[in-house]
Design a protein around this ligand. Sequence first.
Ligand code: AMP
Ligand code: GLY
Length: 415
Amino acid sequence: MKILVIGNGGREYSIGLKLSEDKNISQIYFAPGNAATSKLGENIKISDFNELAKFAKDKNITLTIVGPEAPLSAGIVDVFKAHGLAIFGPSKAAARLEGSKAYMKDFLAKNGIKTARYLNTDDKEKAFKFIETLGIPLVVKADGLCAGKGVIIAQSHDEAKEAVEQMLSGESFGDAGKNVVVEEYLDGFELSFFAICDGENFVSLPVAQDHKRLLTGDKGPNTGGMGAYAPSPLATQQIITRLENEVVRPTLKGMQAEGAPFCGVLFVGVMVVNGEPYVLEFNVRFGDPECEVLMPLIDGNLGEILLKAANGELENVKLKDKCAVGVVIASSEYPYKNSPKAKISVKEIPNDTHLVYAGVSEENGEIYASGGRVLVCVGLGKDIMTAQQNAYKLCENVHFEGMQFRTDIAWQALK
Ligand code: AMP
Ligand code: GLY
């Protein structure tokens, strides 16, 4: 079996690492990949979808796995399917669950799925009126994909109105802000819930928690995610069952009814408020860094599992009775601006740990930190505490100029 992985981050490296355990996989290609994925397989510099599909045909690729949302929203799955190729991910129509917050919120309302009270509009006056009905803080979101930056938590009605004005004028996010969602603020704890879906059926993965703020103690600005762990003890069996029955099942049914069956990873961003799970958002792909801690918990061949899902024949997925903690090591200026390139040195890889490479490049055969989130130090263990200790042992063995990481990943599980 040959597999093509689309993307270049830690998520895609961790998918590649998992695939490389499978002796039935003879070759892994990454498009475009990063400086370290080239050690797991071969990096390909093609970005045009039709060209990629042609490449997949020429190389006899069995399955393509799409990591990031952008190619999904741009319709890569539709192009590959038109060429008769197996690809794991949602169609362009189904990817709107992530690509348009307005579509997602209206879909939730239509299908009776619990979410924050909201208004979806392109009319400033209507938005202003709705803002007055909400308490503070309150939330203003740009409709389209904004690389995680389109969410404003406003501390006053005036601040919310200003955000609406800037979004609707196209000033802040261009076309992505031409529609806005205004919603009530939910105060609780967040979970990242993942279901592998084949259009009709699904399998849930261990529930993870991300750490969005830059600094230890949940301080500092929001980031793409500074670390994750799974399974989270905060996700009780009752919450999991409710998410399966009250969110995932109606979503799969609802998407079938829309003529856009959902095949791929349904990532439910959940806020639990007084024991009640609310949907904050949908993503149509694995989370990053959540993927990095989920991959080592899957007991089985990822390629086979996802190929079956892509063909609408998903089967049960076995999970390891283990815990994983992933600590992101970011470069000095992250998330504000680019940082100077820095050479990475790794002393040793302790037992029950491994490195996941994200924002890295290669020069003269050496690996350099060149992106914002550079590495993820993953630790495994029989419980979260052991996994956390292992992850931090690995952090001590890694060095590059200006590196920064949080020292409290998984704190909510251990408090
Ligand atoms: P989103 O892109 O919708 O997930 O929003 C990004 C982050 O903003 C979420 O992970 C939450 O931390 C926060 N957020 C979004 N919507 C709400 C809400 N209604 N109440 C509280 N926090 C929110
Ligand atoms: N870690 C959150 C995300 O991937 O969107």
